[in-house]
Structures are given as structure tokens and as C-alpha cells.
Write a protein that binds this ligand. Structure first.
Ligand SMILES: [Zn+2]
Ligand SMILES: [Zn+2]
Length: 453
């Protein structure tokens, strides 16, 4: 029995698409009953000594026939159904989030009946399962606007508050803001509000790939207000980078400055004293980066090969972090005219579709790139892998990076509703944005992003 003091900062982060589906099911059940309940089954992850994050793997909203009795004094689940929940989800090692509604539109307060029932239930779960299993409970008003969440200890004797975020980003409430309202840097973007500015100031970003697109992205997002970064890239600056890396100098290229150090300087130019930057001068495929990724609020991948993008997507899925993938492509048609593309892809948080099942990256290509050098050489000779670097220009990279930053601003502010994900492709010189219909990308059985049981 674990009676130790609980950790101080607990977050329940529910992907927006899942929350939409779950809430919709609750509302349908609500049409039949006054009070309804639903369950989320979660994994949890210790982010730091002080912080734990819970995120759901599955949700269940019982239908009318799953109850033994329903009254204002409480809901009693059918024994068989209850057993099914325990066997299906809790024996897998998932934690339980129990959610119910209270009638009315007041701020919901846990009742003494709730206290009593939940305390017993937390104790029951801890006794029933040998592993460390936690109970979180939540209540909503009938409109699902106001809520309260709490985490029980395993003896059912105490609980502590849980921060609930049904959104892309689980950023803490912006009371402890670091941005001064009078900060002259942001005078010209005050129109977007202090909430956004504080969110940007708190947001931590892992950028995988600090080349032409990644560096432009860091420069643009840094200027918007992001100062907490992890940069991952194995390469060094060379003269051939000078056509597209903002602020890069001949001196840096001659010194073969690591790209992560160069991008770090871009951020330090803006925030000389209060940036928080980690540099990892290694390829994402070669490092155990999951801890860094899970601890940051956003993963951005801007590498030039399929395998690293696959690894980034897998990391994002494993740690339920939002992922923004940026890429450009230039080709010369047989008639000698260029065609240029840039692509920004944001797969939905927590699955539904991903870079792999959405065919945003090519798995065969990714497999060849990660193969042994001998196989890689054969594949290059046979023309399956390119032997010359892709063409790239600063202005096209900038359209891509700028659009990615704009999308992120929209996700943070909520003016861009992309719960089902986003895949935009810009085509030049036609000057057209193609928007892939996310419904067409949804798959039920992806090896990578399918939830599975
Ligand atoms: Zn209640
Ligand atoms: Zn997928």
C-alpha cells in the first residue's frame, strides 16, 4: 500500500479529438439520464520530480443497459459490466479516470456521497490490483463548461487537485506569467492578448532538424515569443547552407559550427538572459530522446529524410505530444519549368492518422535510409536512395516555416480548429494551397497510431 505523499503537479491531458468524441457520447447519454458517468483509462508518466502527466488510451461511456440502478443518489453499474471494465483496462495496468456530471450550470462541487463512494473505490482498486493503480475523479456541470478533477491516494484517505487539459497543449494556467505586459519586444503583437504571449513564453519545443527549414522555424517562432527549446541535429554548418540559414555567416561555416549551436544563437539573440535551451548534436535515430520529447509541449520535425520523420512520429505518439512536420520539395519538369512545394502536416494528437498511414512519409524509403551502409550503397547505386542533396531555397523554406508558426499560433489561441489534424500543401508558381481532407486520412488499423487492445 502506497501511503507516501503524492506528487505536487498532476496533469490529465486528453487529446482534443478524443475529448470531442467522449463528451459527445456523454451528452447523448445525458439526454436519457440526469446524471451520467464515463471512464477514461490512462497511462501516466513522471515528467519531473514534481510533475506527473496522465493521458488516456481509451474511453468508455456506459449505455443505459450497463447500469443496475440509476437515481439522483447515484448510479450503480451492472456487476458484469464493471468486471468487464476492470479486466479489459485495469489489468493492462492503466489508471482509471471516473467522470460524472452534476445537474445545473453551477461550478460543480464534489458531494459527500461522491467523497464516500470515491474513497471506497480508490481503496477497492488498490486492493484488487497488485500494481500501483490510481483513481482520478472528475465532475462537470451539465454543460461541460465547468469542472473539477482530483487524484485519490491508494488508501482512499486523501486526494489532491488535478489540472485537466482537453486540448493540444497542457500548459499551466498563466498566473505565473513571465511576460511583462509592458515588455517592449511584444508591443506590436499585443493585439493577440497576454494569454497567448504567456503560453508562448511557457511553451517548450523540441525541434528535430536544424537545417534550412528548422532554423527558419526557430527564428520565426522565437520572435513570436518561444524561448524554451531542445535542438536535435547531427550536422555542422557548411558554405552550402549559407543560401538559406538566417543569420549564418562565412565564419560559422568555416568553423563547422554544429547546427544546434547556430540555432541556439538565433534564440539567444532574442532572449540573451532568459532562454532555456538544450542542444543534442546527434541524429534523432541514434539517441534515446523519448524523455526529452515527452517533457516538451511540442515536437517539430524538419529533417530531410523519411526515417527520422518516422522516428519523430513514433516518439510523438508514444508520449502523446503534438507533432508538426515541415517539408519542401523542388523539381524541374521535363519542359524545364520548376515546380515547388511546401507541406505542413499536423497529425491529430493521440492517433487516428499519422505520417505513416497518411502516406506523408514513405516507409520503404525510411527502411532503406535506416539500413546498413552496405545496403544503403546498393540502394543508392540502384537509384532507390538519392546521392545528391535535395535542392532548397530560403524563400520556399520560409513559406513552410512561417505557415507552421501561424498554425501553431492558431492551435494555441484556438482560432484554428484542427482536432482531426491538418495537411496543407502549397504549390508554386500556381500559388495554390491544397488541403487534404483529414477524414480521408483516418485509418482504423494503423500499426503505428492504432490504439489496439
Ligand atoms: Zn456527484
Ligand atoms: Zn497511423
Amino acid at each position: 500500500m502506497n501511503n507516501s505523499p503524492l506528487c505536487s503537479q498532476i496533469t490529465l491531458h486528453v487529446p482534443p479529438l478524443m475529448w470531442e468524441q467522449f463528451r459527445h457520447a456523454l451528452q447523448e447519454a445525458q439526454a436519457k439520464n440526469q446524471e451520467v458517468i464515463g471512464f477514461l483509462f490512462c497511462k501516466h508518466h513522471q515528467i519531473s520530480d514534481q510533475a506527473v502527466r496522465y493521458w488516456p488510451q481509451a474511453w468508455v461511456v456506459p449505455t443505459v443497459d450497463c447500469y443496475e440502478s440509476q437515481s439522483v443518489n447515484g448510479l450503480v453499474l451492472d456487476q458484469q459490466f464493471h468486471l468487464y471494465l476492470l479486466e479489459t483496462y485495469l489489468e493492462e495496468g492503466l489508471d482509471m479516470v471516473h467522470i460524472h456530471t452534476h445537474p445545473g450550470q453551477e461550478f460543480p462541487i464534489f458531494s459527500t456521497i461522491d467523497d464516500c463512494y470515491e474513497s471506497q473505490y480508490a481503496k477497492f482498486l488498490a486492493n484488487r490490483f497488485n500494481h500501483q493503480l490510481h483513481l482520478i475523479s472528475g465532475i462537470f456541470d451539465e454543460t461541460f463548461q465547468k469542472f473539477q478533477f482530483r487524484l485519490w491516494n491508494q488508501t482512499g484517505t486523501a486526494f489532491q487537485p488535478v489540472n485537466f487539459h482537453p486540448s493540444w497543449f497542457a500548459l499551466a494556467a498563466s498566473e505565473s506569467s513571465t511576460v511583462q505586459e509592458t515588455d517592449p519586444i511584444f508591443a506590436r503583437q499585443q493585439i493577440f492578448g497576454t494569454t497567448l504571449q504567456n503560453q508562448l513564453s511557457d511553451l517548450s519545443v523540441t525541434l528535430i532538424g536544424c537545417g534550412g527549414i528548422g532554423a527558419a522555424f526557430a527564428e520565426l517562432l522565437g520572435r513570436l515569443g518561444v524561448r524554451r527549446w531542445t535542438f536535435i541535429d547531427p550536422d555542422h554548418l557548411e558554405a552550402s547552407n549559407l543560401n538559406r540559414m538566417p543569420g549564418a555567416t562565412w565564419n560559422m561555416a568555416e568553423q563547422h559550427l554544429p547546427k544546434v549551436e547556430y540555432v541556439k544563437q538565433l534564440i539567444e539573440n532574442i532572449y540573451p538572459t532568459d532562454s532555456e535551451i538544450t542542444t543534442i548534436p546527434t541524429a534523432i535515430e541514434n539517441i534515446e530522446a523519448s524523455a526529452d520529447c515527452a517533457a516538451s509541449d511540442l515536437i517539430v520535425v524538419a529533417t530531410d529524410n523519411h526515417h527520422s520523420r518516422q522516428v519523430a512520429q513514433e516518439l510523438a505518439l508514444a508520449s502523446i505530444r503534438p507533432l508538426i512536420a515541415l517539408g519542401t520539395h523542388i523539381e524541374i519538369k521535363p519542359d524545364g519549368l520548376p515546380r515547388m512545394f511546401c507541406r505542413v502536416t499536423v497529425p491529430p494528437l493521440g492517433g487516428d492518422w499519422c505520417l505513416m498511414c497518411g502516406n506523408i512519409i514513405n516507409l520503404q524509403q525510411a527502411a532503406l535510409e535506416s539500413a546498413s551502409p552496405e545496403i544503403g550503397n546498393l540502394a543508392t547505386q540502384a537509384g532507390y536512395l538519392k546521392s545528391v542533396p535535395d535542392p532548397a531555397v530560403f524563400w520556399l523554406n520560409s513559406i513552410c516555416a512561417s505557415t507552421g508558426v501561424g498554425i501553431l499560433q492558431g492551435m494555441l489561441s484556438g482560432f484554428l480548429s484542427i482536432n482531426a489534424g491538418l495537411d496543407w500543401i502549397y504549390e508554386f508558381p500556381e500559388s495554390k494551397w491544397h488541403k487534404t481532407d483529414p477524414d480521408a486520412l483516418t485509418t482504423s488499423s494503423c500499426y503505428f497510431c492504432g490504439l489496439g487492445d
